[in-house]
Design a protein around this ligand. Structure first.
Ligand SMILES: C[S@@+](CC[C@H](N)C(=O)[O-])C[C@H]1O[C@@H](n2cnc3c(N)ncnc32)[C@H](O)[C@@H]1O
Length: 283
């Protein structure tokens, strides 16, 4: 089964060995390889705040993970990066995967793979937590495919450089226009980028489109815990961490029509977890 599809028309893609691009067999669009990865967005579409953030992530990808490890406890004065990631990963409900039947048969007669997508995978810092959850999910002989999409070649290159991520399928793409077929993934999640996206509603709708109907979609980013009191230090460090965003909060008002089972909770003082599902879309 082709998981990646043409970003423009969602048609199937052809890749001939020796070619340096994927070509859509339906509309003829050509998607080049960059750094060995399919690049499924057009440069002109990455504009405004998205272009600015990409400059930041492309500029210092090696410092991203150490900075997160250091700054989460320094700014929040409690917790740790690990504790934060361990707080939101359970919302993916990986433990119920074994009982769910993938709607996407693979066509080769074997058990359909479990497919998980992280939108904005970055350097892959969530992947060890994801893999540990999958290992405990009792999936038996079902193969697992982990997919990661990101707009930053710098971040993806860091991800690729880690031997433990070699099995992850990486695609360069824009969260606003995902290059995947409808209802492809058994879980979709996103951490740390959406507050800066130029159109959060488009990104949330795209995650729902590529997710299998009714499966949990999990989104995490900054929000100052509304149920707690915050010192001046916390307010200032939160402001510094979210300088690009006038009102950093869970984008509940931008969820696609029909979103249900919506849950917003704090993963830590500075980060929300938003979980939602969307059912079968009308044909
Ligand atoms: C704070 S990092 C988080 C990386 C990773 N998810 C994590 O938890 O460590 C945000 C990521 O969002 C990516 N990003 C920003 N804008 C994007 C867009 N329009 N489409 C896809 N990814 C984007 C950045 O390149 C960066 O890798």
């Amino acid at each position: 089964m082709n998981v990646i599809a043409c970003t423009d028309c969602r048609g199937p893609l052809r890749f001939e060995p020796g070619e340096r691009a994927l070509t859509c067999t339906a509309c003829g669009a050509v998607w080049p390889l960059r750094g060995g990865l399919p690049c499924m967005y057009r440069e002109a579409e990455i504009r405004g705040i998205d272009r600015f953030m990409r400059v930041i992530y492309d500029g210092a990808p090696r410092f991203h993970d150490p900075a997160v490890r250091l700054l989460v406890p320094l700014f929040e004065l409690e917790g740790s990066e690990r504790r934060l990631r361990e707080a939101y990963m359970p919302r993916l409900s990986l433990d119920t995967l074994a009982d769910e039947r993938s709607a996407v048969p693979d066509g080769d007669g074997g058990p359909p793979p479990v497919r998980i997508l992280e939108v904005s995978v970055g350097t892959g810092a969530n992947l060890p937590y994801l893999k540990s959850g999958l290992a405990q999910a009792g999936l038996g002989p079902r193969p697992v495919e982990i997919w990661g999409l990101d707009v930053s070649l710098g971040m993806m290159t860091q991800c690729l450089a880690r031997p433990e991520h070699r099995d992850v399928r990486l695609v360069l793409g824009d969260a606003h226009r995902l290059p995947f077929r409808d209802a492809t993934f058994d879980r979709v999640f996103h951490v740390g980028g959406i507050n800066a996206f130029r159109d959060r509603a488009a990104a949330l709708a795209e995650m729902a489109r590529v997710a299998r109907p009714d499966t949990p979609i999990v989104v995490v980013d900054e929000q100052l815990d509304p149920a707690r009191r915050h010192s001046l230090y916390h307010r200032l460090t939160f402001k510094a961490a979210t300088f690009y965003d006038r009102d950093p909060r869970a984008p509940v008002d931008a969820l696609p029509p029909g979103a249900y089972d919506v849950l917003v909770e704090q993963a830590s003082r500075f980060f929300y977890t938003l979980r939602y599902r969307v059912g079968q879309r009308p044909a």
